[in-house]
Design a protein around this ligand. Structure first.
Ligand code: 4AD
Ligand code: MG
Length: 432
């Protein structure tokens, strides 16, 4: 008898197989027990008919408690009534690990309770669906960048220099020196782009932001492409093609997850249409002012109500171009004719999900960058290697960072970014 996973059912119809599973739920009458099972790959039904199995098997089926782990033996059958399409006609059950008083029951629980039990909450079908979307975005990311001749490069996590300012840093000891957990791999990816042409990274990043919003994590994963010989305009094209590819991949490969999450496919389909609209920061400020936002002045950064209003003015993601220099990072390329803005863009997701990409063309003039490093009170000697990139064959280059969890939250259509991470690190939460 072959041991299989239920996801592979179509190759085993009519065969008797063995599946390792957990009891998600159960109903029974005098003659029949319906086991709701999950084996990690899917949720499925096991049917135990009293008249067809030894009495002790039927009694065992009736006594199984939630999250008990079992070997299930039975025949794989097509089941046209269920969306999954297959069920198992159970002939034998072996208990592996008992489970008593499982804390998460089918009734409603509060968020704090669920977060305290995140290690168990992950087993529920909604969390399963979200993680499948996350997995698909990761898979599609590698596919997209491989198809386009990017090389995957892994920047360090422990760093002495910082890319995104000094206020949100996690500091640690590096023997007798200070080090920080990476906020962004960008500076290293610039070095990599000058070595390999087109590169991307995918790794964890850390921000000690005192933000408690539905968009902020303390630890999140970022995809950071960096491209040599590329100006901002072409980088925007890569960005929109990449995001449209992610949306299409989720539509193509996450059917079941989209059903569980009740995500409207027609809405998602609109996000595959290129190009995405572009408006300047100046125009965005005008748009907001015209629509009653008295709290915004040229020079301010946008808050989430502003981003949501701008996003709602379009039917797909929108780029906001060229923000004020004073509110952006030190490395961005100055505008050729204005000294108050830099060559950058944020991509704002529709439906109020906020910024999913931040990117820019990079400053390539050595003396300009050195001055910027000094103006930002950064430790000059830690950036000597970075300035080397401008000393030895500097070229125009551009890049961007896409936040994985924000993208998952948006495509899954869920409320809060905490559910897009298997074990989210939040302000005031590092357990479990
Ligand atoms: O806009 P950010 O800060 O850009 C950078 O870090 C650049 N160095 C990227 C680059 O050009 N290589 O962050 C990029 C993205 C944001 O658009 C957002 O999606 C995500 O990272 N992000 C967060 N996601 C969750 N929680 C947070 N606290 C986040 N901060 C940024
Ligand atoms: Mg940003």
């Amino acid at each position: 008898m072959e041991q299989i996973q239920i996801i592979d059912s179509k190759n085993h119809v009519g065969e008797t197989v063995k599946i390792g599973a957990w009891i998600a739920n159960k109903r029974s009458s005098g003659k029949i027990a319906f086991l709701q099972l999950r084996d990690g790959t899917a949720y499925f039904q096991g049917i135990v008919v009293k008249s067809e199995v030894p009495e002790e098997v039927f009694q065992l089926a009736k006594s199984l408690t939630q999250e008990t782990s079992v070997w299930i033996i039975g025949e794989i059958r097509e089941d046209s009534r269920s969306k999954f399409g297959y069920e198992i006609g159970v002939t034998g059950i072996e208990v592996i690990g008992e489970s008593h008083e499982y804390p998460i029951t089918p009734k409603e629980h509060g968020t704090d309770f669920l977060m305290d039990h995140r290690h168990l909450w992950l087993r529920s079908s909604r969390q399963h669906a979200i993680m499948q979307i996350r997995n698909e975005i990761i898979r599609a990311t590698y596919e997209f960048f491989n198809n386009n001749n990017f090389v995957k490069i892994d920047p360090p996590i422990l760093t002495a220099s910082t890319a995104e300012g000094t206020t949100d840093l996690f500091e640690t000891n590096y023997f007798d020196q200070k080090a920080y957990l990476s906020q962004s791999g960008q500076l290293y990816m610039e070095a990599a782009a000058l070595a390999f042409g087109k590169v991307f990274s995918f790794g964890p990043t850390f921000r000690a932001e005192k933000s408690k919003t539905r968009r902020h994590l303390i630890e999140f994963w970022m995809i950071e492409p960096e491209m040599a010989f590329m100006h901002q305009e072409e980088s925007l094209e890569v960005q929109e093609q990449y995001v449209a590819f992610l949306v299409q991949s989720v539509l193509d490969n996450c059917d079941h997850a989209l059903d569980v999450l009740e995500r409207d496919r027609e809405v998602l389909k609109k996000y595959t249409q290129l190009p995405f609209p572009r408006i300047s920061y100046d125009e965005a400020v005008e748009l907001l002012k015209k629509n009653g936002f008295d709290d915004i002045e040229w020079g301010d950064d946008f808050g989430s109500p502003h981003e949501t209003f701008i996003a709602n003015s379009f039917d797909r993601p929108v780029f906001i171009l060229n923000y004020p220099k004073a509110i952006k990072a030190f490395y961005m390329k100055p505008h050729p004719t204005r000294d108050d803005v830099v060559i950058c863009a944020d991509m704002i997701a529709p439906e109020g999900y906020g910024e999913i990409i931040g990117g820019s063309e990079r400053a390539i003039d050595h003396d300009y960058l050195l001055e910027q490093i000094r103006n930002h009170n950064l430790d000059e000697k830690e950036y000597s290697w970075y300035l080397d990139l401008r000393r030895y064959g500097s070229v125009p280059h551009s890049g961007f960072g896409l936040g994985l969890e924000r993208t998952v939250t948006w495509l899954a259509g869920i409320e809060h970014v905490r559910e897009a991470s298997p074990f989210p690190r939040l302000l005031n939460r590092i357990y479990p």
